[in-house]
Design a protein around this ligand. Structure first.
Ligand SMILES: [Zn+2]
Length: 84
């Protein structure tokens, strides 16, 4: 079975690192995937933390990441209307 934090729930890569830990030791851990940038807390439900229970429609294949469309940039802010 997967041990939490060893495999990314979303892309199943093994490039997971600990991003943060609870101020009181052992309460929670935030993990971060270096491939798909998914981050999750150890206390989240299994569908967010277990690769086998992560919803299939939202899974990512690391080989496909380079082929994903780039999100459009935010356009420049409009000038305020001067005719009011
Ligand atoms: Zn990932």
């Amino acid at each position: 079975m997967n041990q939490m934090g060893s495999v990314c729930p979303r892309c199943r890569s093994g490039t997971v690192e600990v991003q943060s830990t609870s101020p009181v030791a052992g309460i929670w851990t935030v993990y971060h995937c270096k491939i798909c940038l998914y981050a999750w807390r150890s206390t989240e439900p299994e569908e967010n933390t277990d690769p086998d229970k992560y919803p299939a429609p939202f899974r990512l294949n690391p080989d496909d990441l380079a082929k994903l469309p780039v999100a459009p940039s935010i356009p420049p802010r409009r000038q305020p209307a001067t005719d009011r």
